[in-house]
Design a protein around this ligand. Structure first.
Ligand SMILES: *Cc1c(COP(=O)(O)O)cnc(C)c1O
Length: 339
């Protein structure tokens, strides 16, 4: 039994999802003629009470389009230092948008309205203009920590006061929502734009959505095309997304429960320390010298479990749709036997 905990992006479509994909009615989406893509976009927009949505190949593209539409060259994006938009999108904010970045050090990836207020730059000819704030929920590098709607609302208020746009990198927003009990419509009310990944915990093979008001999404469609992200019979992929939204949201709780169970087994290992709070499906912890992330991961790999190094002594494991109860039992046995 191979157990892959490298990321929640490793899932493959379930037989039922494949069935839905094969049954999809499709057309050329560049001409707006794919009914399944349109159905997915309308469904997602309605869920979050936004006017419109656009289906894209990746979450990197949805974030980069959002930055492009919200900013002009010489503007600045404010975000947490571990943010995906800063760490893992190849510096695309500079490449696509000519924007600078203003980093805030948060707590497990979360920032506050006070911190954002302190980061906003005054208007001077010699300074970049603060234009956009990006929040990430859940926070990937923060170990899957989440914001509640109540925690995000003061940042919304501040952005309104200071004339800043607010974008949500909601690659894992549903992992947050099943924990907080907040409704997607409440989240929609806080943000000018929202990016949602279908290919993480929701288990679709490909695809992300970018949501906003009608004019924002009209602009976003043009930028998507300019980035080469206009797709033709994408309804086959959109069908997987619709299936995922209908069937794979509530079960995210199982991933969170399994992550906590792995955490409890790791906690009693003498070689493990500093397990970050396990709020959702991501586990981040350190291993003590003489162990290293590499040596720890190779011990796990010998027993058929894959994880990833997040630093010289830091390991990340991520639970997901294809990490079953039987795999959990096996993983707990393996971890408990580590010496
Ligand atoms: C995975 C992820 C994305 C998007 O990644 P893609 O691989 O480009 O789909 C964006 N933000 C966060 C926080 C992520 O974890």
């Amino acid at each position: 039994m191979m157990i892959n905990l490298i990321s929640d992006t490793v899932t493959k479509p379930t037989p039922e999802m494949l069935q839905a994909m094969m049954a999809a009615e499709v057309g050329d989406d560049v001409f707006g003629e794919d009914p399944t893509v349109r159905a997915l976009e309308e469904k997602a927009a309605a869920m979050f009470s936004k006017q419109a949505a656009v289906f894209c190949p990746s979450g990197t593209m949805t974030n980069q389009i959002a930055i492009k539409v919200h900013t002009r060259p010489l503007d600045e994006v404010i975000c947490e230092e571990g943010s995906h938009v800063y760490q893992y999108e190849v510096g695309g904010y500079a490449f696509h948008s000519g924007a600078g970045i203003n980093l805030i050090k948060g707590q497990y990836g979360k920032i506050t309205a006070e911190q954002v207020a302190a980061a906003v730059k005054p208007l001077h000819d010699w300074l970049p203009e603060s234009r956009l704030v990006v929040l990430e929920n859940t926070c990937n590098k923060g170990g899957g920590s989440y914001y509640t709607v109540a925690e995000m609302a003061p940042i919304r208020d501040l952005c309104r006061e200071r004339g800043l746009a607010l974008h949500l990198d909601g690659a894992r927003i549903f992992n947050a929502l099943v924990e907080t009990g907040d409704a997607p419509q409440q989240v929609g009310g806080l943000f000018d734009s929202i990016s949602v990944c279908l290919s993480k915990g929701l288990g679709a093979p490909v695809g992300s959505l970018l949501l906003g008001d009608a004019e924002f999404v009209r602009q976003a469609r043009r930028v998507r095309k300019a980035m080469g992200g206009g797709m033709r019979q994408a309804g086959f992929l959109a069908a997987a997304g619709i299936y995922a939204l209908d069937h794979h949201v509530e079960r995210l709780r199982d991933d969170h429960r399994r992550a906590k169970a792995l955490g409890a087994a790791l906690e009693v290992l003498p070689m493990v320390e500093n397990i970050r709070p396990i709020d959702t499906n991501i586990l981040i912890f350190d291993v003590k010298t003489p162990h290293t992330a590499a040596s720890f991961l190779s011990m796990l790999a010998d027993k058929g479990i894959k994880g990833s190094a997040f630093g010289p002594h830091t390991v990340r494991l991520v639970t997901h749709l294809d990490f079953t109860e039987a795999m959990l039992t096996k993983a707990l046995e393996v971890i408990s036997a580590l010496r």
